[in-house]
Design a protein around this ligand. Structure first.
Ligand code: PMP
Length: 373
């Protein structure tokens, strides 16, 4: 489908139909579309120049916020996407350890890079080991068998693409310890989950990684990624030292940095909590709607992130799902009733959503569910 514009929590298609946007560009638009403070600041920045090959003030402003909020982060490098953040984190890990391989979760996603293929698509990434998300012994076993070849383990603190599956503190810390015992780095991918706590999900769950990947909301609606970590970790990229080389024509461009700094600033603790409350309200309403429509519905939720599964069964850490046919139908039926959700049933709330719109969403979802039964 073709969309023409967005405003707040709505988008419009080329035929003039309005949809409640529950995807928010896969969570990147944490303040919805055309957020007034961002629009105003970006317009001003565009008139002042959009990129140059030197530092800009906005980049420092955004970096300082990330450093203030995330205790494991002392320095930040910006990229133009979460995928590039993964490439950079991998480069740092390889240079720091002198090793090549990566360990990740089956069903994990860290961007479209060959090294991360196996976990997500099942295809054979050339440099990759996988283990079962949530199963500490499985990760420990891979480290026991191949630890001396693994540069880093990459983990999302909440599996996103596999259906919003939160990792426990015991699991995440256990993998970190196993990594450190093997001399590998522990990289936490917070591209999707940074929205879940002032200091990201690592603060919520209480686990400090060696490196953190950021993306999505820290660009305020513009292409972005970043890697953060300790001075020691990132210092290899220091141009004076240059053990590793990282550059990019549009990295930290002032437009993205302006939008990103406002996006992060405006994601206050109160707003994170408010989104979580609305997400709980939406989940309860959707469950009741499913009951009325006679459909099984399981909802995975972490804060303002939700994933719908039309089944009674639990634990979705994999790509294949038994409700594939129903979720596809629901996605289309929801569109017909003015709801824009991700085809896989991912819903990411925004701070501009209200309880009135949540109620309207539940009513529309009930109609969509009735259409498919
Ligand atoms: N990691 C995670 C956890 C993601 O959710 C995504 C994007 N869906 C990425 C990395 C890649 O980010 P990008 O799409 O900006 O390349």
């Amino acid at each position: 489908m073709t969309l023409t514009h967005g405003q707040g929590c709505f988008v419009w298609d080329i035929d003039g139909n309005r949809y409640i946007d529950l995807s928010n560009n896969y969570s990147a638009l944490v303040h919805g579309h055309a957020y007034p403070r961002i629009v105003e600041a970006v317009q001003k920045q565009v008139s002042l120049g959009t990129c140059w090959a030197a530092i800009n003030i906005e980049q420092t402003r955004l970096a300082k916020q990330l450093i203030k909020r995330v205790s494991s982060v002392e320095q930040v490098r910006f990229t133009n996407s979460g995928t590039e953040a993964g490439i950079l984190a991998l480069m740092i890990a390889r240079v720091q350890t002198g090793r090549e391989k990566v360990l990740m979760a089956r069903g994990g996603y860290h961007g479209s890079l060959m090294e991360f293929e196996t976990g997500f698509s099942g295809r054979n990434g050339p440099l990759n080991y996988v283990a079962e998300y949530g199963n500490l012994e499985d990760f420990q076993q891979v480290f026991a068998d191949h630890g001396d070849r693994i540069a880093a383990v990459f983990l999302e603190p909440v599996l996103g693409a596999s259906g919003v599956v939160p990792g426990s503190r015991v699991f995440l810390n256990g993998v970190k310890n196993a990594a450190h015992m093997a001399g590998s780095l522990f990289v936490m991918d917070e591209v999707l989950t940074f929205r879940l706590g002032l200091g990201g999900y690592q603060q919520v769950v209480g686990v400090e990684p060696d490196l953190t990947m950021f993306g999505k909301l820290i660009g305020g609606g513009f292409p972005v990624g970043a890697v953060g970590g300790s001075r020691h970790m990132l210092n290899i990229l220091n141009p004076a030292d240059l053990k590793a080389f990282h550059s990019g024509t549009f990295n930290a461009n002032p437009v993205t940095m302006t939008a990103g700094a406002i996006s992060v600033e405006e994601l206050t603790a109160e707003r994170i909590l408010e989104m979580e409350k609305l997400a709980a309200m939406l989940s309860a309403g959707l469950k009741e709607a499913a009951r009325q429509a006679g459909l099984p519905l399981r909802i995975n939720r972490a804060g303002s992130l939700i994933n719908l599964f039309f089944t009674e069964n639990t634990s979705y850490a994999h790509h294949a799902r038994e409700d594939q046919e129903i979720i596809e139908k629901f996605h289309l039926a929801a569109l017909n009733h003015g709801l824009f959700i991700a085809p896989r049933g991912l819903i990411a709330l925004s701070t501009v959503l209200t309880d009135t719109i949540v109620n309207e969403t539940i009513e529309r979802a009930l109609l969509a569910m009735k259409d498919i039964t």
